[in-house]
Design a protein around this ligand. Structure first.
Ligand SMILES: [Mn+2]
Length: 333
């Protein structure tokens, strides 16, 4: 199959393709989140029920936070860089493009005779043989859940737990604008199938590392307000990471702290990684932060987006500040 479709296939067609093959790799995006890992492991559980040989890959080698440990199949996740086998089918979930897939997983993708995308990020171009993207879906795990229904397997508690985790995290615990009727209906089905909301929430959100709390203190002390308090901007230096003994996953909640402040419409968080600065935006009104992230070569969703700047931290902070000012103070979206 050489032709890459420019339109959506159906989830049924994806399910049928999966049923026909035996060696399947499932991969998510670099810096994985709950939706990415939840989607991967939900699909893994379903395909394992069918006796398929399934490999679940991590796009990057970074160690996952403890929040993911409760997920059924967590111990099966292996970094793409250390996978030496091949596969018939490569399924990417929650991944819009090769850049978010990373180099190691992209190489494995190239070796597969059939490639599939299940995702809810809006994309201009599709990179796999079969592709189903629905930007209106609150989470990729909802789409994976639908796909699994077409596989004709039992919707087990394990599958439901993984899928619910993706939905819960991508809707910010059902708080964001994407927490719509369809998301709640899917959540109902998952709970009906055995997902335990209180348990999943406690496992995922009540296991903050001490390092992440120390970084929160640093982020708050580095925070500045711009555009009459509409925007909270902060950063974490390499030194602060080192002092806290922090890893990447310790930074994930920082931006939510900034956004939660009264009057803040958009939060911006930058992390110095040495060679580059990794940035993220979150909005809590209708501001489309993916449009701002695109200016820096990044992307994402309307309410959550990210980008990478190959500049020193202080310069990156100034660039981001300027872009946000243009949007908010000068109304230049
Ligand atoms: Mn997602």
């Amino acid at each position: 199959m050489a032709v890459t479709p420019q339109t959506n296939t159906t989830l049924n067609e994806i399910a049928e393709a999966l049923l026909k093959h035996d060696r399947i790799c499932i991969c998510g995006h670099v810096s994985p989140d709950g939706d990415c890992i939840g989607s991967q492991l939900a699909l893994r559980c379903a395909l394992a029920q069918l006796g398929k040989e399934v490999v679940v890959l991590l796009a990057s080698a970074d160690k996952l936070g403890v929040s993911f440990e409760f997920l059924p199949g967590f111990e099966e996740l292996i970094p793409a860089a250390s996978f030496e086998g091949t596969c018939d089918v490569f399924v990417q979930v929650d991944v819009p493009n090769a850049r978010r897939l990373g180099e190691d997983a992209s190489k494995i993708r190239q070796s597969a005779s059939l490639t599939i995308t299940i995702d809810h990020h809006a994309v201009d171009e599709r990179e796999t043989h079969l592709s189903y993207t629905d930007p209106d879906a609150a989470s990729t795990s909802m789409l994976v859940w639908e796909t699994i229904k077409h596989l004709g397997v039992d919707l087990t508690k394990d599958i439901a737990t993984c899928a619910y985790t993706g939905l819960m995290t991508d809707t910010g615990r059902f708080q964001y604008q994407n927490a719509d009727l369809r998301a709640f209906r899917a959540a109902c089905e998952m709970v009906e199938a055995g997902a335990d909301p209180a348990f999943i929430s406690a496992e995922f959100f009540q296991r903050a590392t001490l390092a992440s709390i120390q970084l929160e203190a640093a982020a708050i002390s580095n925070m500045r307000f711009i555009c009459d308090g509409c925007v909270a901007l902060s950063f974490i230096t390499q030194d602060e990471m080192k002092r806290a003994g922090a890893v990447k996953s310790d930074c994930e909640q920082l931006i939510n702290t900034l956004r939660s402040i009264d009057g803040v419409k958009v939060a911006a968080m930058l992390r110095d990684e040495g060679k580059q600065v990794r940035g993220s935006f979150r909005s809590k009104d209708t501001t489309d932060v993916s449009a701002i992230a695109k200016r820096f070569g990044g992307g994402g969703h309307k309410a959550a987006a990210g980008f990478t700047l190959y500049e020193p931290l202080d310069k990156a902070v100034r660039m981001v500040e300027k872009a946000l000012c243009q949007v908010f103070c000068e109304g230049n979206n």
